[in-house]
Design a protein around this ligand. Sequence first.
Ligand SMILES: C[S@@+](CC[C@H](N)C(=O)[O-])C[C@H]1O[C@@H](n2cnc3c(N)ncnc32)[C@H](O)[C@@H]1O
Length: 230
Amino acid sequence: MKSFILDRNLAQLALLQRIELADDKLKKLRKLLGRYMFSKIFSKYLIDIKKISENYSIIMNKEFNTIKKFTIGKKKFLSIGAGIGGLELLILNSTSDAHMSFIEKNYISNKIRYGWDNLNKEGYNDLTQLDNFLKKNKISEERYQIFDFDKKNFPINYFDTILSIYSLDYHYDFQIYAKYLKKIMKKESTLIFDTIRPNYFQNIFENVEIIKEDINTVHQSKRIACTTFK
Ligand SMILES: C[S@@+](CC[C@H](N)C(=O)[O-])C[C@H]1O[C@@H](n2cnc3c(N)ncnc32)[C@H](O)[C@@H]1O
């Protein structure tokens, strides 16, 4: 397996988006000196870029395996909260004529707080870096489009597969996107996301399939694939 190409800025973002990439030394410093110092300084300067790149690539390859069957033969993808886009890069590399749209925040919180975020105030991304990651890893510009969540001009075209890995209903309420998703999802579209309340979505969608269960990990959630709004 080839590792992704990351520079320091990208490795820092990957770490902020995937706290399981932090080693014990970093976790201790975060506890001792606080979230601000961690988010701004340690996550950038006290990291081994090569190691983060290797481990981030391993994690993303595992994620890819969980959703692979929803990518085969598909061309139109939307990712909500992709982070720097490792999983999305693997999808684009696996299907030569696939296109990916991204909706993300262009904002990094000063003191990143993980977990449920009722007001959806937290953001851990920089859209210039998302673009930089795709370019560095040889994805041509016409294969993707990036939309800033706060500008609200979301894409309204058809998507085969809509992904939101550890973002929608994991960090913030499904309701934030419910109307939009209802508008764009067609009978053939599949929406995949992580949640701790899969049963709730039985009332919203005709079909809800659990495709991954996290039990003994930091995530403690289920990944579901949903089709057809009721
Ligand atoms: C825990 S990270 C997961 C990133 C990536 N999907 C992964 O699996 O590594 C959550 C991501 O959701 C993004 N996010 C937060 N609120 C969002 C919103 N309303 N719309 C889109 N993305 C959002 C954050 O900026 C962050 O990149």
